[in-house]
Design a protein around this ligand. Structure first.
Ligand code: LLP
Length: 414
């Protein structure tokens, strides 16, 4: 199942992608419910069934239908803004299923989340702790807090998505965390329940995660010796996926999930453990379906200009990320070229220097691994409306889970 060729045409499960293009236009994101369910199942088996609390990091993809699906597997959500909070509530998450992360939270955001008695705040700085203490005191309630520790561990990923190093803006160093926890009585409206670490994203090597587990084992033992008793540890997200081979199963892509879960459970099992996966749950579940507007050549440079753009998938431009290009009609590759969008930026490329087939105006192609940080990072630059999202359901039916934005909607803001 998943995305595959049938009679040399690309299908999402039982649905011909040409049919989706005709029905909903291009560019559009096409998701497979079967893949989303499979991914949720893996995370459930590895983590939820071992007693972990799983909060889906909804920044990866915040479509309500996808949030609802993950909720049905027993996941909560990790949010980073009032907007994500509103969406979580709209979908039906209880306060107790929400944790609030992020390096800067406004006074209004703290108040909103306190009023709803969310499960906990991941607090990243002294100023945030002070704001939260003041707000909770004013409301006469207690705030549950995990302090975000920056363990200075190299996640061996792209520098833009590394968060666990000293030079990254996230979290607090071990000394500061120790200082706060040993003086907890200065914050009478804060319950210091535990620690949170998120060292980075798209991590393919298990070693940084195993180092994190060892680090936390040593650090919490040292804290306990100073009389600090914690009950919760959140190990963050960051599990990487295989962009080179986008249609493989996540247990092949991220084979260390089991090892990680087992090791954490063995070494830190006396704590209530949490994780916050985003990408691994959604990345391989979708493609960006686009039509070729035309091809052009500048000297020996071959450009395939498509209607999809960095406004739909900014990862190649922002992180030099690789996303696989797959033709709708199976074709032999014959020449080196770039697949680019119509946006007025040289960086508006979805793929550079790839072996591509001869394309012609009107051909369909897909950009793979478009389920994570694609739609959620989309924009309306060049007054391009946001693209629709189409879900191919497990029963073979098709659900338009986000419609294309209209020009009237875009103009109505002015
Ligand atoms: N928890 C925290 C506190 C985070 O900051 C993030 C992601 C996650 C969990 C989820 O990480 P994941 O499992 O998805 O790796 N736009 C970038 C990724 C940015 C990640 C930001 N934080 C990209 O497209 O690669």
């Amino acid at each position: 199942m998943s995305f595959h060729y049938r009679d040399n045409r690309l299908y999402c499960d039982e649905v011909d992608l040409d049919f989706v293009a005709e029905q909903f236009g291009t560019p559009s994101y096409v998701y497979s419910e079967n893949i989303l369910k499979r991914n949720a199942e893996v995370i459930k088996n590895c983590f939820i069934d071992r007693g972990f609390q799983v909060s889906y990091a909804m920044k990866a993809n915040s479509n309500p239908k996808i949030l609802q699906l993950f909720k049905s597997y027993g996941m909560g959500v990790d949010i980073v803004s009032a907007g994500e909070y509103q969406l979580a509530k709209h979908v039906g998450f209880q306060g107790s299923e929400i944790n609030f992360a992020g390096v800067g939270k406004t006074a209004d955001e703290l108040k909103l989340a306190l009023e709803d008695e969310i499960d906990h705040f991941n607090v990243e700085s002294l100023f945030e702790l002070e704001h939260l203490e003041a707000q909770a005191a004013q409301m006469g309630i207690q705030a549950s807090v995990l302090l975000r520790l920056n363990p200075d561990i190299d996640p061996q990923t792209h520098p833009h998505i590394s968060t666990g190093l000293k030079q990254n803006k996230f979290g607090m160093g071990a000394e500061m965390v120790t200082q706060l926890l040993t003086h907890a009585d200065q914050y009478p409206h804060i319950n210091f329940d535990g620690l949170h670490c998120h060292i980075g994203s798209q991590i393919l090597n298990p070693q940084p995660f195993l180092d994190l587990i060892d680090y936390l084992e040593i650090f919490t033992t040292a804290l306990a010796a100073q009389g600090v008793k914690l009950t919760h540890l959140d190990l963050g997200g960051g599990f990487g996926v295989n962009y080179e081979n986008p249609f493989e199963d996540i247990l092949e892509t991220t084979p260390y999930l089991e090892t990680f879960a087992e090791s954490a459970h063995k070494k830190l099992g006396s704590f209530q453990l949490h994780i916050q996966p985003g990408r691994v749950l959604v990345a391989n579940s979708a493609v960006l379906l686009s039509r070729v507007l035309g091809v052009k050549e500048n000297g020996d440079h071959y450009f395939v200009v498509i209607d999809g753009a960095t406004t739909d998938l900014i990862r190649p431009a922002l992180y030099d990320a690789y996303h696989e290009i797959t033709s709708y009609e199976k074709k032999d590759v014959s020449r080196l070229g770039d697949v680019v969008g119509p946006v007025c930026e040289s960086s508006d490329a979805l793929a550079k220097q790839r072996q591509l087939p001869e394309y012609g105006t009107g051909d369909l192609l897909t950009v793979a691994s478009a389920g994570a940080y694609a739609s959620s990072m989309g924009s309306t630059y060049n007054m391009r409306p946001r693209s629709p999202e189409v879900l191919v359901k497990a029963d073979g039916s098709i659900d338009l889970i986000k419609r294309r934005q209209t020009f009237a909607e875009m103009i109505s803001l002015y």
